[in-house]
Design a protein around this ligand. Structure first.
Ligand code: SF4
Ligand SMILES: [Zn+2]
Length: 118
């Protein structure tokens, strides 16, 4: 369960504002639009993908304390490396199948003959 950035109480993930201190937690009062907030002496832009790849043109950049589009660069990098791992695992598995397809076919035929003999 997420915590309120101001009073640090546990709050519902869908809460539009904190029920304890009334801090807005979602943008435009909509539960589907997260409102990211920087901690006291940092700026969101310092760790945002769009600042680092220079694609953000929001006027509050590079000193945004609140932002709806913030994307944590560490999360984006983690996601990219997980996708790359999945892709490389799939490619490795396909090449393994290709390499041993003859022996897999023989093994399959042997199993089938055992099943028929029983
Ligand atoms: S999207 Fe928001 S947090 Fe990211 S660089 Fe732009 S203003 Fe900063
Ligand atoms: Zn609060």
């Amino acid at each position: 369960m997420p915590h309120c950035p101001r009073c640090h109480q546990s709050v519902d993930a869908q809460a539009v504002s904190c029920p304890f201190c009334r801090t807005p937690l979602k943008a435009y009062g909509h539960p589907g639009i997260p409102l990211h907030r920087a901690t006291e002496d940092t700026y969101l832009c310092d760790s945002c993908t769009y600042h680092l790849d220079d694609t953000c043109n929001f006027p509050q950049r590079p000193f945004a304390k609140e932002c709806t589009l913030y994307q944590d660069v560490t999360q984006a990098q983690l996601k990219a490396s997980q996708q790359q791992y999945k892709r490389s695992f799939g490619a490795h598995f396909r090449s393994w199948l290709k390499q041993y397809q003859f022996w897999l076919l023989i093994l399959g035929l042997l199993l089938l003959s055992f099943l028929i003999a029983l």
